[in-house]
Design a protein around this ligand. Structure first.
Ligand SMILES: [Zn+2]
Ligand SMILES: [Zn+2]
Length: 187
């Protein structure tokens, strides 16, 4: 399986590099490719009143883009340095098509500066990786998991993201294993 990491708009390359190498460690038999060309999104996806992007429109746009470009990749993970929401939720850290081809993560609320704290760059990068592993887990068919430290646990807030690991629980790992995906689990 091949997965493309696609920047949506401008993105710090250190994030891309860290997320790509972390994903390669977690999903050991998936090939991750990094796009060097950011994809620019239409302005209409930005909700001026809220100051946020509309996540479902972005996921849908990316899915069409993958189809139109006859992308050689099985899945694509969009990475966007912005804030987004989905109807019914004030914000999302990311969104994915369950069992589908497309996932997106949004970085604005993963930054320590958003919360007025001075946590390290390392904490920020780990949050990005956790959300990337999580959203791709959804595209592989995994739903949310109740195990506290499992990466598939739903994050309601940044505290949940910080609490969980970027590894799967043994049960989620087994589900992936049965699909032919080798993924790291914590003990
Ligand atoms: Zn989720
Ligand atoms: Zn789990």
């Amino acid at each position: 399986m091949k997965i493309l990491l696609q920047p949506l708009g401008s993105l710090d390359t250190s994030v891309l590099k860290y997320v790509a190498s972390g994903l390669r460690e977690v999903y050991s038999n998936i090939e991750f490719h990094v796009s060097s060309k950011p994809l620019q999104l239409p302005e209409v996806f930005y909700d001026r009143k809220r100051g946020q992007y509309v996540s479902p429109l972005i996921v849908e746009y990316l899915r069409r883009w993958v189809e139109d470009t006859r992308c050689i990749h099985d899945k694509v993970l969009g990475i966007m340095d912005a804030d987004a929401y989905t109807p019914g939720l004030n914000f999302v850290f990311g969104e994915a098509e369950l069992g589908g081809k497309t996932a997106v993560i949004y970085l604005a609320r993963l930054k320590p500066s958003f919360y007025g704290t001075s946590a390290s760059q390392r904490v920020f990068l780990e949050r990005c990786l956790k959300e990337a592993v999580h959203e791709l887990g959804h595209t592989l068919g995994l739903k949310h998991c109740a195990t506290p430290r499992c990466v598939m646990r739903f994050s309601n807030s940044i505290y949940d993201t910080d609490f969980k690991s970027y590894y799967f629980c043994p049960r989620c790992t087994e589900v992936l294993w049965n699909l032919g995906i080798q993924a790291k689990s914590f003990k």
